[in-house]
Every structure is written in structure tokens, then in C-alpha cells.
Design a protein around this ligand. Sequence first.
Ligand code: ADP
Ligand code: MG
Length: 717
Amino acid sequence: MFQPVAREPPADEVEPDLGGEARRFRVEGMDCAACARSAEKAVAALPGVERAEVSFGTASLRLVGAVDDAAVIAAVDRAGFTARRAGAAPTGAGRPFWRRDVRSISTSASVVLLFVAVASDLAAAPDRAARALYVLSMVVGGWPIARAAVSALRHRSLDMNVLMALAAVGAVGIGAYAEGAWVLVLFAVGTTLETFALDRGRRSMEALMELAPARARVLVDGEERTVDVESVAVGAHLVVRPGERVALDGEVVGGESSVDQAAITGESIPVDKRPGDAVFAGTLNAHGALTVQATRVAGQSTLSKVADLVERAQASRAPSERFIDAFARIYTPVVFVAAVALTAVPVLLGGELETWLYRSLALLIVACPCSLVISVPVAIVSAVGGAARRGILVKGGQALEDLAAVRAVAVDKTGTLTAGTPALGAIVVLDPALDEAAALTLVASLEGPSEHPLAVAIAAAARTRGLRPAEAEAFLASPGQGVEATVAGRRLWAGSPRLVVARTGSSPLELGELEAGGRTVVALGEGDRTLALFGLEDTVRPQAAAAVQALRRAGVEQITMLTGDAEPVARTVAGRTGVTDWRAGLLPEAKLRAVEELQDRHGPVAMVGDGVNDAPALAAARVGVAMGAAGSDVALQSADVALMGDRLDRLPTAVSLARRTSGVMRFNVIASLIVKGICVVLAPFGLISLVVAVAADMGMSLLVTLNALRLLRVRED
Ligand code: ADP
Ligand code: MG
């Protein structure tokens, strides 16, 4: 009945799926989702490019293919934007600000020119002078727009730069100089402000990455040397002084201190570290000096993996976004054609060209789906970025939307509701040939290779009593039941009360007594005899009860505890945490079925577990949530939501963030649609001016962006 199980592979074998050898670039100067598509098309057209994805939300480009960086950067430049390799210094660094911020300077200048033009208009200056000033402000503010428009047209994309440029040129064509200038200037101001606001969300990850120092103090032959982190190999010893940040992931080999791990877990209460403990790159050493042996090279650190996962999550498309993109792809051309028809048809029927052209131009501006297309991605960028700063890694728009829809949560007991660090509380020896020490030595030997929390507790108990466990041979683990191995020539087993019944056909009286006290029992046996019983006590996490309550407040109606442990233990833990529904004695397979059953009854379920032995159930749940993911690459990679630290109370925070996010998305989409709808209806009747059309558009884009930015601030409850 025992089957060998695959243990968690060593950290280094599990690499984030980068989708081949994707290279990352930052792309600056994109103002809309359609711009991202223009840039994407420009890069995809390069010879050698296999795949190029530009995300407007994160302002980044991921690229697969044999093409050199310079060609990519040039292509993006031709499309009207600037690109640089992610991690490289910003193009502007070292350059004077007027070269770096050309766009904002030209925009500001155009605003000034526009005001001068308006003033001279009001001051009844000669018409020619005012017109010249309007045109000048259009040229100054509009050249980046024109440049981008030309590039977009070349790639046959009808983005908002094209629409705005056409509207402005058309306005000048019918002599509406002032309006043409207002259109371009308002558009330029709007997009500059929007980029400015959006960058706050986009920068959250760059800021995180910068927490890891670029240089490390390495011990070479007992001497300290400061070197680039990139050059530090696994196994090197680093010295981390008080107040310094840890440069690489590693294990403490000397010294004691406490470390602020907020960079990883979002939790700034320092965690004590002593030899044997893991530390992460980017975390802040408080007061003691530590010697740390590097376990990973710089590019593989947990921090850089997190940053990479966050960026990919921010760039991922939410289901509702796909719908909007599809809508926009139809909407823009349809309105564009309508705008053309709005002039062509009446004029053919004898209408006045200028009147109808004016209305067409207004409709042209309305054809831009700007605020609608950005309404979802900006929300996701902010929500994912804000969550990451609290140690909550949400894997993307899909996970966010699923989490928002969750009505039921399944919680694993060991390591989730409880600390997962049980302590041995009682030993009952049943075999007269053994005493307590001998029984404990045997079971500790048997459990030696196991990583189960119960096995770890047994090993710890043996160690504190100064016992020396023997080597276990032919070790087999059966998840949710126990282990089997050969120790000193004896074939022994250890495991759950259920295993006792399976092996011996009965259950000793003492077992029931131990369990009645709320202890988890591990039985040691040989063949069909039970040799000894071990009662282990796990402590309920201090925040577990509060987290359960907060989940209920966040609108989760059904909370079910799933455990492989026995009924009495389950009942005790349920009582202490306020969980009213539990299933005990479940094998991993049964946990999976329980999740499916909950899903049938309550809709999407989030399952919280440690991500290792609960893997099947986590995968079956709509949203798999892994706790303590900082320590496990498998959990980090496979979960839909990874709680980096060991704090269960992040889960309600994540749920309410997801709910708020979906509220923000809904508001953004509906408000954008309503405003667009009104404009589309009014434009053909000449009821809105060009200025109002642009102002409505830019106003909505700014509004949805600012609304989304609220999500960067994650409330704790
Ligand atoms: P949980 O659902 O609480 O996380 P598991 O599914 O990991 O628990 O295990 C269920 C039960 O199986 C444990 O309570 C224990 O009785 C038994 N068990 C599993 N692995 C071991 C092991 N390595 N040693 C002893 N008992 C084990
Ligand atoms: Mg477990």
C-alpha cells in the first residue's frame, strides 16, 4: 500500500517559466493600449523575432527571438516610443532633464503657447497673429503625437494618436484653429498626466528590485572584500553588518540577528535569525552581524523571482479585458466609418461641408476607446503591485477575478490554521521490549528522511533528549498516512491511527485516550503489532481565529477545514479558530474530492494550504492559495495566489482587495461606456464641441487611472 512519492525537488531545479528565453525591455512613452499594439507590431515585424508582447499596463516588452537589442530598441523608437533593456539604466540617466523629459516640456510649452494665443484672441489681436500662435502651440504640443500617428498608420493601426491628429488637422482645415489647438493640447496634457499617474503603479516592482544591494561583502580567506553581487558564486560567505540589506539568498552560518523581511513578506516586524535559518536577498538586517552562505546566485534570488512573477501578473490579461479588447477592435473602425459617412452622406445630399465635417471630427475623437481599454489593465497593475508590497502575490487578472468571486474557502489544518510546528507531548510504549528512549530512537530513525511536520517534530524531540537515530533504508512515504522503512534490519512503519487499523486490524485503547486530549497521534509499528504511540501537540496560529472572522466579514460564507488528521484533533482546532465545518481523516485524494464537492455546491472555492502535500487539492480549487511561499519555489510557481509570509490574515486582505479591484474595474468600464455612449449619440447632432469631446475622453482616462491607483493602497483588515 505504500508508494514512493516524489519529494519537493531541490530549489534549483524549479525555474520560473519565462516562456523560453524571454528578454525584457522597458518601453516608455506609450499612452494607450493601442500604442502598445503599435509598438508590438513594429517589433514583431523585425526579422528573427518569434514572439513579442508589449504590455501597456507594465510598460514593458517581452521578446523571444534571435534579434539584437539595438534592432529592437530602434524599432520601438521608430514606432514613437523609447525602449531599454530592463534593468539597464534609464536612457535619460546622466542626460540633462530637457533631453530626458522632451515630452513633458513640449507639452508644457504648448500649454503656455495656447494661453498666449487665447489671450491675444481675447485682446482682439489681429486674427493672423492668434492663428499663428494656435498653430505654433499645435506643432509644439503635437509633434510627438504626429510622429506616433505616422508610425501607427504605417503598421495599419488606428490608434488614438491617429484619431487626434486627424481631428486637429481637420479642425484647422475648416478654420477652427482654436479648437484644433485645444484638442491637441488637452490630449497631450491628458496623456502626460496619465503616464505620470500610471508610472506610480508600474514602478512598484522596480522599487522592489532595487532593494537588493548591487554589491556584497564577501569573505575571502578570512578577509572582507566588496564585490558585485553578480560575481558571487553559490557557497560564498557574505558578511551582513547591522543596518545593511542582505545581498543574496542564503543560510545563516554565523551570528544572530533579527531581519526585517518586508521586501519579501510585506511584514516589517523583524524575524529572528540564527545559524541554519534562511535569509533572503533584499531583506534588512537589524542589529547583529550575520555571516551568510549564499545558496543562490543573484539572478535566482527569491526577490527577483517575485519581481518577475509580479511583472508577468501585471502584464497578464484579465478575462474582462479580452472582452473589452474585442469590443474596441470593432468599436473604433465602426465609429471611424460612421464619422466619414457623417460628412459624406449629408454633403452629397447638399448639406453644408463645414457643419458636417465639424461633427465628423467630434465623432472621430469619440472613436477613441482610450479610457475603456485602460480601465481594466490599470486596475490590475495597481492591485497586483499593491498586493505584492503586502507579501501577497496574485498571479494575474484571472486570479484576481476568481478570488473576487469566491464564496467558499477550504483551509488545510496543519501549517495553515496551526503553526505546523508540533511538539512531542506524550509517549505511550506498548511493546514491553522497549522503553521510551528506545521507542523514540526507532521512530526518529524511521522518520529521518521525511519532511512532514510531524516527522520534523519527532526528530527535534529525539535531538533534545540526546538520542542518536540510526539510518533508515528503503524509505517509502505515503502522503496523508505515514511512512515505512527498514531500521537496523527491522521493517517498521509509522503513521496515522487509520494506518494502525489497516495494519493491525484494531486500535489500542491508549490511542483513543491520547486523541481525546486533542493530540495528533503517530503510531510506531512492526508488521501487525503497534509498538508505541506518540502524542504531538500543534499550536493554533495566533492570527487564525481573527483571520477566519475577517474572511467572513469579507463575504466568504463557507469556511471548511480539510485535514488528514483525526476527528478529535480536527474538532479541537476548529473550536479554537471559529471554523464550524470540518472534514477529518482525509487522504490527499479525498481532500481533492472535498474541494470539488464544495465547488459544486458553493461556486468557486479558494483552497489554502502549504502547497506541498496539498498539491492536488490546491490544483483542483479555482484559486490555489499557498502559505509561506517565500520558502518554497514549488509553491511560489504553482499557486494562483502566494502568501509570501506565514500569515493567514493576509488571505482576507487578498480577498477584499480582489473584491475592491473588481468593483473598480466594473466602475471604470461602465463609466467609460456611459460617457462614450453619450458622446456618440450627441456628436452627429452637433451637440458637443471638439473640446468637450477631448476633455471627456481625457477626463475619463484620468479618472479611471486615479480610481485604479487607489488599489495600490491595500487596506489591512
Ligand atoms: P494535514 O491534512 O493535517 O495537513 P496530512 O495530510 O499531511 O495532514 O497527514 C495526515 C495524517 O497522516 C497525519 O495526521 C498523520 O497522522 C499521518 N502522517 C502523514 N505523514 C506522516 C509521517 N511522515 N509520519 C507520521 N504520520 C504521518
Ligand atoms: Mg498539510
